[in-house]
Design a protein around this ligand. Structure first.
Ligand code: GUN
Length: 285
């Protein structure tokens, strides 16, 4: 039987509607998401435009700073430090990757934890490891939301996460293994031997390696949930980590690409910005 298709676009619309309604109910306070882009990478420019458009649609103000690729480490840090100190800014997102020669970690760590809507600072990641409340990155939050929305059983199940990035793989692994979520998680990566066998024993596969169509039907246990977070630009256009056309006949649930995890990342960024405004006391008690 063909998999249930996990509709990220529809689920993202629900999340965005909730964000918009919450802001309206709170009396439409000004909530501001600041984004910073260093350089002129076209995909990053597209992401930033998408984030700004989605923010405006739910009445979140977006404030964008473009910096040239030739910016020094100090110039980038000065911009982020000013946003960190600005009480009218509630969330800050520094688009990654930064151009070669710039070190992202000191830049990210200038973001106060309450404004860290990407969940990328040492403080936010430390909270995630400890299982205490804090910002969780938008993509990991979106993956967990989709699994919950489609009632995918997680507790007691085996999950494999392919990729160990700070933005996606590592946080998703931690969230799936968290007390109360209770998956048994394998963190797989480009050096994992026997990836086919590891995946084929898993009830949940989260593919976040950025390797075009690497997950074939041989990797998928019948009935498993397969979540595609990969984005690769190929001669055939933008493709995910999952060979959708063959996996759809084996999986129990499957995200399409596009229309799966991508829209959820944007919607959950808005949710994180709303949380940041709440932490700043902007939404009232
Ligand atoms: N580059 C690609 N995805 C992301 C993201 O979610 N956040 C940031 N900051 N940079 C990215």
């Amino acid at each position: 039987m063909a998999a249930t298709i996990i509709d990220g676009t529809a689920t993202a619309a629900e999340v965005k509607d909730r964000v918009a309604a919450t802001l309206k109910d709170a009396g439409s306070p000004t909530v501001t998401l600041a984004t910073v882009l260093v350089g002129e990478d076209p995909p990053s420019q597209r992401y930033i435009r998408g984030k700004a458009k989605a923010s405006e649609a739910v009445s979140i103000t977006s404030r964008h700073t473009d910096l040239p690729a030739t910016s020094s480490q100090a110039e980038v840090e000065d911009v982020v430090a000013a946003l960190a100190a600005d009480p009218t800014v509630h969330g800050i997102l520094v688009q990654l990757p930064l151009p070669d020669g710039l070190d992202s970690r000191p830049v990210i760590n200038l973001i106060p934890p309450v404004k860290d809507v990407d969940g990328l600072t040492d403080a936010s990641l430390g909270r995630l490891v400890q299982g205490v409340p804090g910002h969780v990155g938008a993509t990991p939050r979106g993956v967990m939301h989709l699994l919950a929305r489609y009632d995918v059983p997680i507790a007691g199940r085996r999950a494999v996460v392919i990729g160990r990035s700070l933005l996606v793989g590592l946080p998703v692994s931690l969230l799936l293994a968290r007390k109360g979520v209770d998956a048994t998680v394998t963190m797989a990566h480009s050096r994992t031997p026997d990836l086919v066998e590891v995946c084929a024993q898993s009830d949940i596969v989260v593919a976040a390696a950025g390797s075009a169509r690497m997950i074939t039907k041989a990797h998928v246990k019948p009935g498993a949930a397969v979540i595609d977070v990969g984005v690769s630009r190929t001669a055939d256009g933008i493709v995910g980590d999952v060979a959708f056309d063959e996996v759809v006949d084996v999986a129990g649930w499957l995200t399409p690409m596009p229309g799966g995890t991508g829209p959820m990342t944007i919607a959950c960024l808005l949710e994180n910005t709303l949380d940041a405004a709440r932490m700043a006391g902007v939404l009232g008690a």
